[in-house]
Design a protein around this ligand. Sequence first.
Ligand code: AHG
Ligand code: MN
Ligand code: MN
Length: 333
Amino acid sequence: MKRISLTQYLVEEQRSNNSIPAELRLLIEVVARACKTISHAVGKGALGEVLGTADTENVQGEVQKKLDIISNEILLEANEWGGHLAAMASEEMESIHPIPNRYPKGEYMLLFDPLDGSSNIDVNVSIGTIFSVLKAPEGMAQPTEQDFMQAGTKQVAAGYAVYGPQTMLVLTFGNGVNCFTLDREMGSWVLTQSNMQIPPTTKEFAINMSNARHWHPPVQRYVNELLAGDTGPRGTNFNMRWIASMVADVHRILNRGGIFMYPADLRDTSMPGKLRLMYEANPMAFIVEQAGGAATDGQQRIMDIAPHKLHQRVPVYLGSKDEVARVTAYHQE
Ligand code: AHG
Ligand code: MN
Ligand code: MN
């Protein structure tokens, strides 16, 4: 196999289609390096004393794990000094993180979920990091929270790292989706899948079924039809998978299709769904669409949503096109 490193891939993309400006290339390399560091910490587990709970809560009232905080710190420190960013925002921080004054500022803004799948950390199940890149408004070196309120269609890049049996980095710049595998001994990311494609049809779905009694009628109807299998209206059997790390569930769907759902439900109308638009839904929607899939909130395309706050939550339906279209249609009926 001819090995193409992440650096070579980025340089060649920059040269051939000028699709990746130098500053964006640096940004991606820095994020990838930070993910390598996080992967190392994850891999150490108890030996690195990184497991377990910290004694803090994040802005969303969720108890933080040690690795949530460690990963957040790694990403902040790696990205502060390079001169490629104007500001950052993280699921684990209440407000945006400006670049300290002692460093030069760049034109990009980086948003991340430093550690996705927190409930899986202590049980040695795949977890990940999700990130999204926006442009700061022209000439704006000190962006405010308002400057982050851009629809997902404005993303210039998005990606995730999954820390599983292998550590992988999946990336899009709006020109298809590529996957890199971390060569742990060499410390380099190697291109292992180009132009990933999600099959339009699927017989696999992912949803937390324990919330079924709280779902709205369109979700009840859609999932009941799947569960009815070959004796129901769909006339075929469906299989279910739920890893409870969005990164790992999306990674499976990118590789063999499927639909992933985290709907809003009847419990708390002030909290429409669990997943966060800016750190989870938008970057994953960008990746999934670039791989030929679809992503909606049940009503509209996720990437068309106009954000109104940094930690906004949205319902999420993403993956194989035909199934996302069906469950979205049930909501619109
Ligand atoms: P996070 O660990 O960043 O808070 O995200 C967890 C999310 C997502 O990764 C996953 O799909 C979902 O929460 C799991 O929810 P359940 O606990 O309902 O299974
Ligand atoms: Mn998450
Ligand atoms: Mn998280």
